[in-house]
Ligand binder design. Structure first.
Ligand SMILES: NC(=O)c1ccc[n+]([C@@H]2O[C@H](COP(=O)([O-])OP(=O)(O)OC[C@H]3O[C@@H](n4cnc5c(N)ncnc54)[C@H](O)[C@@H]3O)[C@@H](O)[C@H]2O)c1
Ligand SMILES: O=P(O)(O)OC[C@H](O)CO
Length: 333
């Protein structure tokens, strides 16, 4: 869709990859990076060596450390920073936002403390109405998409026309976006799958195989849908790309940061030891707590999320949590 101007704020794995998708779809794209050396490597070297080494970035994509320059005249503003830093980042960017631009969240997390979804944080900080805010979510491991391996995704927005405009702006021969009006369900699917991927990684690290993973995926989907429905989501969303699709990809792929993080915990490393091994974002580590808080506030049972919180934050050994979860009261499926 030639003529669309996009600003992508956050030059990590997914921000850079999605900036490439937009450029490949015909948009003119400016990517905001925090470090000048990274902005220069992207604009002059056509590569993001820190997050996507070896991937050639298109000519229609430039990078800058100047947020005002990136946002000037943007039709679509894409937010691609870690969920827990969105509020602070947005407070700086809000005065620079073009008044009618669509605000598109790529983030998959729930805010600590407030238990807000990312679109709720965006509306609160920027004052934008909910019809101006969209979220993109689906089975989208950045590296695979940067390599142009075919994948599908969902653009969720309560305003269907706006969702369709974003869909057209990022549709390429390797990236196929669908629209969905269920913003709550799509955002929740993306946030909770990271918690379940941690559980799958922990199981992998403990030496368990495919039956365990399939059981976690299936019961993880059940608790995601229970919570989502309590929050007003459409049940069908959880059978779609932003639900089951993303859950399967993230829980199965060695490329997933959440699954990899869990695997190291399952092998016996402490949270701090695992954190020291990566600079990339494993959103489920922080989001598991607000997901549990949200579930408790709505009287929803989320045993796998509770188990992940215990292992990550309460120092309970994975073996003890496993025994507890397997001996829960037997019940119908
Ligand atoms: N990587 C993927 O495959 C993928 C796919 C779909 C969705 N997501 C989601 O997209 C969001 C961004 O993920 P990512 O993979 O690009 O993360 P990343 O860790 O690769 O990059 C994060 C980016 O945010 C910037 N940033 C700005 N403020 C920051 C702060 N205060 N602290 C730390 N970094 C800050 C960093 O400089 C970096 O450029 C996450 O919510 C993630 O769940 C990621
Ligand atoms: O690497 P992860 O675990 O953050 O997962 C990346 C994407 O969300 C997969 O869709």
């Amino acid at each position: 869709m030639s003529g669309t101007r996009a600003a992508v704020l956050g030059a990590g794995s997914w921000g850079t990859t999605f900036a490439k998708v937009l450029a490949d779809a015909g948009c003119s794209v400016t990517l905001h990076a925090r470090r000048p050396e990274l902005a220069a490597a992207i604009t002059e070297g056509r590569e993001n060596p820190d997050y996507l080494p070896g991937v050639r970035l298109p000519e229609a994509l430039t990078a800058t450390t100047d947020a005002g320059r990136a946002l000037d005249g943007a039709d679509v503003v894409v937010l691609a920073v870690p969920s827990q830093s969105l509020r602070a980042n947005l407070q700086q960017w809000t005065p620079l936002l073009p008044p009618d631009a669509t605000l598109l969240s790529l983030m998959k997390g729930i805010e600590l403390g407030s238990t807000k979804r990312m679109s709720e944080v965006i509306c609160e900080v920027t004052g934008a109405g909910p019809d101006r805010v969209a979220a993109l979510s689906g089975p989208n491991l950045a590296r695979e998409i940067a390599e142009e391996q075919p994948a599908a995704t969902v653009i969720a927005c309560p305003d269907g026309d706006r969702a369709a405009t974003v869909q057209a702006a990022c549709h390429t021969p390797y990236f196929r976006p669908y629209t969905n009006l269920d913003l709550v369900g799509c955002e929740l699917g993306g946030a909770v799958k990271n918690v379940i991927a941690l559980a799958c990684g922990i199981a992998e690290g403990m030496g368990f195989g495919d039956n365990t993973r399939a059981s976690l995926i299936t019961r993880g989907l059940a608790e995601t849908a229970r919570l989502g429905i309590a929050l007003g989501a459409e049940p069908a969303t959880f059978a779609g790309l932003a639900g089951l699709g993303d859950l399967v990809a993230t829980c199965s792929s060695p490329l997933s940061r959440n699954r990899t993080f869990g695997e190291k915990l399952g092998r016996g490393l402490s949270l701090e030891e695992v954190q020291a091994t990566t600079r990339q974002t494993a959103e489920g580590v922080k989001s598991c707590r607000p997901v549990l808080d949200l579930a408790r506030a709505h009287g929803v049972d989320v045993p796998l999320t509770e188990a992940v919180v215990k292992i990550c934050h309460d120092g309970v050994p994975a073996g003890a949590v496993l025994k507890e979860i397997m001996s829960r009261e037997a019940k119908p499926e």
